[in-house]
Design a protein. Structure first.
Length: 257
């Protein structure tokens, strides 16, 4: 099978190559995330068993509140400061380490901080692809990136159901996106909180998982906003069709997006 070109009458060879590079980036991000989770796997697995039975509902609520707070706070903070991808990863790791010092209580308190750091990193990626990081539309699309799956999902990666620029920009539409994204983000947070369940020891695992999750969502943001940029130039349907075809190729190209 030819893994370099996906037949399409609507896309140029260069556009096809960019689409395939984004698909390859998504696959690499999923693999790196799984390796990190496996590295702290013993602690994470044990932590999941130690989580209280009612913790899942608390995590669901915490995920939504963290995303809501990040959506609002990121608009204010990026107008004053914009850090690099690497800086956001380091800040997230520091936040996760501090959150893990006291086990679950401090880990829950740290969630909004870590989520806001990741949100700001995603905004920065959006700006790299020509989008206004402070606009309502872009911030809604940043929320959508948090629906990009996690270590337990078989269909990891960007959810193209959120991709269209036709997403409404009303308050109700924002809450609708939150309702769909928050449960998936909560699944990721379950892994994070489990890694931080043991006081002090959880600090190291929390730092590692925070770093990995930030790296993962930054990569998914590059895929998400990279596809949006290509769609603006070549049309949404041909770009998404080529992307889905690229995802099933056995050997994606090594060119980086």
């Amino acid at each position: 099978m030819d893994t370099e070109i996906i037949p399409s009458d609507a896309l140029t060879d260069d556009a096809l190559a960019q689409v395939q590079a984004l698909a390859a980036r998504q696959k690499r991000a999923n693999g790196a995330l799984m390796k990190t989770i496996n590295f702290v796997g013993g602690q994470v697995e044990g932590g999941l068993k130690r989580l209280p039975d009612n913790m899942r509902s608390q995590i669901d609520v915490a995920a939504r509140k963290a995303l809501e707070a990040s959506y609002d706070a990121a608009q204010r903070s990026r107008s004053k400061y914009a850090g690099t991808d690497q800086m956001h990863k380091v800040l997230s790791a520091v936040s996760g380490g501090l959150g893990g010092l006291g086990g679950l209580p401090t880990a829950l308190l740290e969630l909004p901080v870590a989520t806001t750091v990741i949100f700001r990193a995603v905004q920065g990626v959006a700006a790299q692809y020509g989008e206004d990081p402070l606009s309502v539309e872009t911030r809604v699309q940043c929320l959508a990136v948090f629906g990009a799956g996690g270590p337990d999902d078989a269909d990891d990666g960007v959810d193209t159901a959120f991709f269209s620029a036709r997403i409404g920009l009303s308050g109700a539409a924002v809450h609708g996106v939150l309702s769909k994204v928050a449960p998936r983000f909560a699944t990721v947070l379950s892994q994070k909180l489990a890694s931080q369940a043991v006081p002090v020891l959880g600090a190291a695992a929390g730092a590692g998982t925070n770093y990995a999750f930030t790296e993962y969502y930054v990569a998914m943001a590059h895929v998400h906003f990279g596809l949006r940029k290509l769609a603006r130039d070549h049309g949404e349907d041909p770009v998404l069709d080529a992307f889905h075809k690229a995802l099933v190729l056995p050997q994606p190209p090594v060119k980086r997006a």
